[in-house]
Each structure stands twice: as structure tokens, then as C-alpha cells.
Design a protein around this ligand. Structure first.
Ligand SMILES: [Zn+2]
Length: 210
């Protein structure tokens, strides 16, 4: 399987790459948040691949005034565990709370409660598939990995806890922007999991039979 993951920043060049069928061999697209929904919709339409995403802390919330706060044709998997062609995927959107009115922002404690709700489905995966999770997509990084000590970019401790429990092969996240594309700073192995900062995009090969 091959993934395209996008996050945080619109890369103009990807429009033409997608139009030129550069991503024809990609099976699945992930959005890790803080992107215009039109950008995600472009990939769904032009690359014509399934797209799963989580919202970032800058994304608009769906309500009666703003009914257009989602990406048409894509699936928001925030707070969900799903199975796609045998691949076990979970999504956790948002970031640490740093402002009083933030939409997709949670305290460390709130984020634990959001993640505890994934446990029944993860246990079910363990029974059914012999493993809990393959790919975790989040907006924020875990605590101490690819985060920094500014209040808005503190990593989420609950994600470290989830990695210990579910041992996914990959965690794809965004939110923290490394302007120098230093591969070592963007990819970190922790236990069973390879943690990748997707900002602004990455193509990942995954050796999974489909
Ligand atoms: Zn963010």
C-alpha cells in the first residue's frame, strides 16, 4: 500500500502533480489537519482516492451557521477507529488547549478522555485481527517528540499512552512546522511506531497485503 499524507500547508505543486496522475499508485490519502477543505476535496476529486482526515486546531467546526466545515467526499475520522481494506486506522484531531475559545483544542486531561473512548474498538481489533492498530493519524505530535515548549505546540501526553497501548506501525501528525526539511527531525522511531511529521506532505510505502 502507498499513502500520500498532507498537513498544515497548501503545496501548490501538488495540484499539478495530482492532475498529472503522479499519485496514481497511491492507495489512500491522509489529511492531518489545518488545511482548507477545498484542498482535501481537490485530492479526492482529481486523484480519485479515498481520503481520511482529522481536523487541526485552526479548522472550522460544523454548526448551524457553518455547515460547510467538512471536506466533501472525504471522511473525518476524529475520535474513530476504522478498518479500510484490512488496514486498521484511528484518528485524533486537535491540539493542546492554549486559547480560551479554541475549537479543536483540549487540555492534556481532556485528551486522555477522548482517547480512552477508542479502547473498546481497539480491544475488538486485537481479538479480531490480532493487533490493535496499524496507522494513527493526528494533528498534534505526542509529548516530547516533534513538539516544542511553546504553549500552542506542546505535544499530547495521551498520544504517548495510546502508542504504548496500541503499538501502531505509523503515527502521522502535523501541527509543528519544521521549515528545514531535516529528515531526522521529522521522523522518529519510538517503540513499535515510526512517528512522522507530515508537514507539508509525505508519500509513504507500507508493506501491507491488500
Ligand atoms: Zn495546528
Amino acid at each position: 500500500m502507498k499513502f500520500l499524507a498532507v498537513s498544515d500547508h497548501v503545496v501548490e505543486r501538488l495540484y499539478s502533480l495530482a492532475a498529472d496522475q503522479y499519485f496514481a499508485d497511491v492507495d489512500l490519502i491522509f489529511g492531518c489537519g489545518d488545511l482548507p477543505y477545498e484542498y482535501l476535496e481537490y485530492f479526492v476529486t482529481v486523484a480519485n482516492k479515498p481520503l481520511f482526515y482529522v481536523p487541526g486546531n485552526h479548522d472550522p467546526v460544523y454548526n448551524l451557521e457553518n455547515k460547510r466545515a467538512y471536506a466533501e467526499g472525504a471522511e473525518n475520522i476524529d475520535g474513530k477507529v476504522i478498518e479500510f481494506r484490512g488496514l486498521l486506522i484511528a484518528g485524533v484531531g486537535g491540539s493542546i488547549r492554549y486559547g480560551p475559545d479554541g475549537v479543536y483544542q483540549n487540555t492534556q486531561r481532556e485528551m486522555y478522555w477522548r482517547i480512552f473512548r477508542l479502547i473498546p474498538r481497539l480491544l475488538w481489533n486485537q481479538i479480531r485481527y490480532g493487533r490493535m492498530l496499524d496507522v494513527l493519524i493526528t494533528h498534534s505530535p505526542p509529548y516530547g517528540i516533534h513538539d516544542d515548549n511553546t504553549s500552542a505546540h506542546d505535544g499530547l501526553r495521551a498520544l504517548n499512552w495510546l502508542l504504548d497501548l496500541a503499538k501502531p506501525r505509523y503515527l502521522f501528525h502535523g501541527h509543528t512546522h519544521f521549515y528545514r526539511q531535516n529528515l531526522e527531525a521529522n521522523i522518529t522511531k519510538s517503540g513499535a511506531t515510526t512517528i512522522m511529521n507530515i508537514y507539508p506532505y509525505k508519500v509513504v510505502e507500507y508493506d501491507h497485503e491488500v
